[in-house]
Design a protein around this ligand. Structure first.
Ligand code: FES
Length: 161
C-alpha cells in the first residue's frame, strides 16, 4: 500500500476533530469515525496526534484502525461501491454479485481503479440482511440486488471524468 502524505488542510481538520473528542471517555472509535467522515479515510500520519491526545500508543490506535474493515488508510475513489459479503448476503449470491461488480467496474475488490473514479469494497453487513443481497453506493443502500439491477445501479458509476 502506497501511502500519500496528508495535506496541511487535512491534518488541520484532524486536529480540530481530535480537539473536539479528546476529553470524551471512549473517544477513539467516535474520533476515527469522525476523521473518516471528514476525509474519507484515516491517514497514517494522523495516528501520532490521535495517540498523543488520547494517551494511547501509536500501536494501539493503528491496531484499531486495521482491525475494523470499515476504516480506510488511504483515500477512496470519487465513488465508493460496497458489496456485502456477510452471511445472509453470502447465502443469496453476494460473492457472485461482487465478482460481477469487479467486471462491470474494471476494478478488483479492495482496490481503487487507476483513474481514481471508483473504489470497490467488500463489507460485512449493511443492516439489510432480510433483504439480501445488499449493495451500498456512496452512502445509499440498495436491497435485493440482482445482477441486472447491479448493472443499472453501476451504469453511471466509474465513468472516467
Ligand atoms: S448480511 Fe448483508 S446486509 Fe447483513
Amino acid at each position: 500500500m502506497k501511502l500519500i502524505p496528508s495535506s496541511a488542510q487535512d491534518l488541520a481538520r484532524v486536529a480540530e476533530i481530535v480537539a473536539a473528542h479528546r476529553d470524551t471517555p471512549g473517544a477513539l472509535l467516535p474520533l476515527l469515525h469522525a476523521v473518516q467522515d471528514a476525509l474519507g479515510h484515516v491517514p497514517d500520519d494522523a495516528v501520532p496526534s490521535i495517540a498523543r491526545a488520547l494517551n494511547l500508543s501509536r500501536a494501539e490506535v493503528h491496531g484499531v484502525i486495521t482491525y475494523y474493515h470499515f476504516f480506510r488508510r488511504e483515500a477512496p475513489g470519487r465513488r465508493v461501491v460496497q458489496v456485502c459479503r456477510a452471511e445472509a448476503c453470502q447465502a443469496c449470491g453476494g460473492e457472485a454479485l461482487l465478482a460481477h461488480a469487479e467486471r462491470i467496474l474494471g476494478c478488483q475488490r479492495h482496490e481503487t481503479r487507476a483513474d481514481g473514479a471508483v473504489t470497490l469494497e467488500p463489507v460485512y453487513c449493511l443492516g439489510l440482511c432480510a433483504s439480501s443481497p445488499a449493495v451500498q453506493i456512496d452512502d445509499r443502500p440498495h436491497a435485493r440486488v440482482t445482477p441486472e439491477r447491479l448493472e443499472q445501479l453501476l451504469a453511471d458509476v466509474g465513468r472516467p471524468q
